[in-house]
Ligand binder design. Structure first.
Ligand code: HEM
Length: 477
């Protein structure tokens, strides 16, 4: 009787259609869940998707409890996730229990020893900034996403494999597949989780085909590079993630502790899936916000000119001296968090949340958007106001924000993501002004929903700052 409130659940289908309809009318699953919370005046809403009992949680208090509570650190094993994981409960993102703990701890340690969060990483990212600047130097009307995505992929690829991935049709194809995959599902696993048989009846519509093609492509990609590493493996000479894993597999903890080839494939897949789209789209939103707020872009560039100048690329050590830039990065991520709903989690034992009884194995969706857009904490939450994070000229980190999650499932890629966002964003704005395309409407924050949300495709006028003509200066002013 203590179960959370929620909409009437229809036999067999549960609430899938209601949720989809609400997401369509309100513009995304995060907004649909917020609307349900409002309708039922509760931060915890009960839903049923097919055979899955689910709760959606909004508000700081409930979300804090979940992110920090051990009983919420499980992951469900529904049809979408089974297919996503090629039937194997391995890797980091969708596994749980003792093997997940062991493997996650190993990945975090190993990423650190290949330079993650350290100088080596920023050198690698700066190499990518140079490529992007070269690509943009002719200026003109451009889409930013296809320019920045290869840079993000290359940073991750170099960490994992020791070398850059050459740009070409295969990389383009891989990027397209990733995008289609992100759009075909949402955090609840979409229609495939509710009606697994839809894969036979409507393989295209249910997203089954794109998932299978993506899995096949990424597995082939990864197996080529793993086999190359196996052929050249020399013990004691492990300087990328794959070599380190092979070392652990051959002469370290071995298969008993979960160090198998399948595990390696899933770890790499998890890092690429979780890292590429999120980081690329966060950058895409940042550039979009700069085009929508050219005055704020100009203020940021003045700060960068004063502290970094134009002769050298920005360094991570410049960060503390760039409070306005830091505030712009935070504000854009607050309003345009690419994962406004995080999870899904699985409740590991019966528990209580905000006075409601939550049974074991309930799936949990966490609506972080509700916290980041709370008008009590962020007056006029829809407005882009970097100044809200600045006090007396100093950037003040906001404890309320959960941009990379919290607790034991906190994003293990945070250090890389934060560094890549800073160096690529500031490196590009140091060299170019981004403006609305003359004669076209200024792009807006309209989103494309999915597993990660993204902005609707937009174009910008890229103007190299060093050759700003009078005409362009007028546009900027
Ligand atoms: C702007 C970029 C990124 C954002 C906004 C982001 C956000 C998040 C969030 C909120 C979570 C927590 C999910 C939960 O609590 O259930 C998470 C988990 C995760 N992230 Fe990131 N992330 C980003 C970049 C990256 C990168 C670059 C990598 C890889 C190097 C990565 C790898 C992962 C993995 C593997 C998990 C799952 C952790 C687990 O379940 O134990 N992420 N991320």
């Amino acid at each position: 009787k203590n179960y959370p409130p929620g909409p009437y659940s229809w036999p067999l289908v549960g609430n899938i259609y209601q949720l989809r309809k609400l997401a369509c009318t309100h513009g995304g699953q995060h907004l649909a869940l917020l609307e349900l919370s409002r309708r039922y005046s509760s931060d915890v809403i009960a839903l049923r998707l097919g055979r899955q009992n689910m709760i959606a949680v909004s508000g700081y208090e409930g979300i804090q409890t979940i992110l920090n509570g051990q009983e919420y650190e499980g992951r469900p094993w529904n049809e979408f996730i089974k297919i996503r994981n090629m039937g194997m409960r391995k890797g980091i993102t969708m596994s749980d229990g003792p093997e997940w703990k062991e493997i996650r701890a190993w990945v975090v340690r190993s990423l650190r020893s290949v330079g993650f969060g350290r100088r080596e990483m920023s050198v690698m990212i700066k190499d990518e900034v140079v490529h992007v600047v070269e690509n943009l130097k002719v200026g003109g009307v451009r889409s930013m996403k296809p320019v920045i995505a290869p840079a993000v992929i290359n940073v991750l690829w170099t960490m994992a494999t020791g070398k850059r991935l050459c740009e070409g049709p295969r990389l383009q194809y891989f990027m397209e597949l990733m995008e289609r995959r992100a759009k075909a599902f949402d955090m609840s696993g979409g229609i495939l989780s509710t009606f697994p048989w839809m894969r036979y009846l409507a393989p295209e519509f249910s997203g089954y085909n794109v998932l299978m093609v993506f899995n096949e492509e990424i597995k082939n990609f990864l197996m080529d590079i793993i086999n190359e590493h196996k052929e050249n493996y020399t013990p004691g000479n492990e300087d990328d993630l794959i070599d380190m894993f092979l070392g652990e597999m051959y002469s370290g903890k071995g298969a008993k502790a979960g160090f198998t080839e399948d595990q390696l494939v899933m770890i790499l897949m998890d890092l690429f899936i979780a890292g590429i789209t999120t980081t690329t789209v966060t950058l895409d939103f940042l550039f979009l916000n700069m085009v929508m707020h050219v005055d704020k872009q100009k203020r940021l560039q003045q700060e960068v000119d004063a502290i970094v100048g134009r002769e050298r690329l920005p360094e991570l050590s410049d960060r503390p001296n760039l409070p306005y830039t830091e505030a712009v990065l935070t504000e854009s991520q607050r309003i345009c968090m690419v994962t406004p709903v995080i999870g899904p989690r699985r409740v590991l034992s019966d528990t209580e949340l905000l006075g409601y009884t939550i049974p074991e194995n309930t799936t949990v969706l966490i609506n972080v958007y509700s916290v980041h857009m709370d008008p009590l904490h962020y007056p006029e939450p829809e407005k882009f106001k970097p100044e809200r994070f600045i006090k007396d000229g100093v950037y003040v980190p906001d404890e309320n924000l959960m941009l990379f999650g919290r607790g034991r499932r906190r994003c293990p890629g945070e250090a890389l993501a934060r560094s890549a966002l800073f160096l690529l964003f500031v490196g590009i704005l140091q060299k170019f002004v981004l403006l609305p395309v003359p004669g076209k409407q200024t792009p807006t924050l309209d989103i494309v929903p999915g597993l990660t949300i993204s902005p609707k495709p937009y174009e910008v006028l890229v103007v190299p700052r060093d050759n700003c003509t009078n005409g362009t200066s007028k546009l900027i002013d």
